[in-house]
Design a protein around this ligand. Sequence first.
Ligand code: NAD
Ligand code: DAU
Length: 351
Amino acid sequence: MKTVLVTGGLGFIGSNFIRMLLSEESSLRVINLDKQTYAGNPENLADLECDDRYQVVIGDIGDEGLVSRILDEHEPDAVVNFAAESHVDRSIDGPEPFVQTNVLGTLRLLEASRKFLAGLASDKSEAFRFLHVSTDEVYGSLTPEDPAFCETTPYAPNSPYSASKAGADHLVRSYFHTYGFPVLTTNCSNNYGPFQFPEKLIPLMILNACEGKNLPIYGDGGNVRDWLHVEDHCSGIRTVLDGGRLGETYCIGGNSEKTNMEIVDTICSLLDEKRPDKAPHDQLKTFVKDRPGHDRRYAIDCSKIKQELGWEPRYSFEEGIAQTVDWYLENSTWCENVTSGNYQRERLGIS
Ligand code: NAD
Ligand code: DAU
């Protein structure tokens, strides 16, 4: 039976990834190391609580001793690192936790993994992989005329979040070049889909619109992101884990560039159809002060992963956003527990 150590698996993408792994392979075990910050929600994986192939450890990737104990006990075949502080606005309000987790945490995870690998028998160590999940934001911002980001685009991070992710990516790269440590890195565009925390654009707009609250649009609403359904991101990570060349980076994107205004208008139209009593939802759109240093456009050229590994996204944006709006409408208990803060009661010791 193969074992994968996933970090940050109580968050949005990590929880989707763990569910996908365990549904695709019956002979797989997953250990999920998660600090359970505000973004870590055990309800994201409530359906796996009774699955004995899944185990969660509450802890910090920056705790090298803990990571070493987990590695020695479970002897995973791969580590997949999702753990991060992930929200740009929070990084502007307070950069330090971003450096602690995204840079130092990744360093300690790498270091514990490198020491673990050194003690493995050669057949097991040859198969071992460390996959680091990163972002397209490390490449900076594009003008409307620029070609999309690709694996050779120079790094130019503009926010404390993207700077911390860039720092982590460089450490991962250095472990391959210096120690021959078997790393893979993925740089992905904006994800959306089930279980995304409603501080991010799409779930925030869906839940605010349902509650009749304002829909805050930063600046002129013309910033562009390349949207990818989370299941497509997870299948891309799986593809790289299985077949990626060691030391390489792979860009993953949705071929789906949209302005923020287009996103908000699409959500409003879908809600007008599904909840006509509250229409028109777009009357809630409100222009607010822009995000400082707001990157204008991201776009990903994912031809490398397509040509080398045969991966491409399956969801069209139209299909994915309709499914996502439905998911938020159908999972009102999850939404209420997140918006009320109830999902944190156990962690905070509140009965
Ligand atoms: P998220 O904020 O939803 O989840 C992050 C998870 O990491 C949470 O469960 C949190 O508790 C955990 N965590 C935070 N600090 C930790 C620490 N020190 N030790 C252990 N666990 C810790 O994030 P997400 O949107 O699921 O993103 C996952 C990864 O994918 C991140 O590395 C992010 O940079 C990257 N990424 C995200 C997107 C996106 O659009 N959301 C796109 C590209 C890449
Ligand atoms: O590109 C990948 C990145 O995408 C990931 O690395 C990050 O972890 C993830 O958070 C995301 O970053 P963004 O800053 O692009 O996502 P966010 O959902 O915060 O914002 C998307 C766009 O919407 C951005 O242009 C800012 C705008 N926005 C966001 C919010 C929360 C608004 O106009 N209003 C809002 O209230």
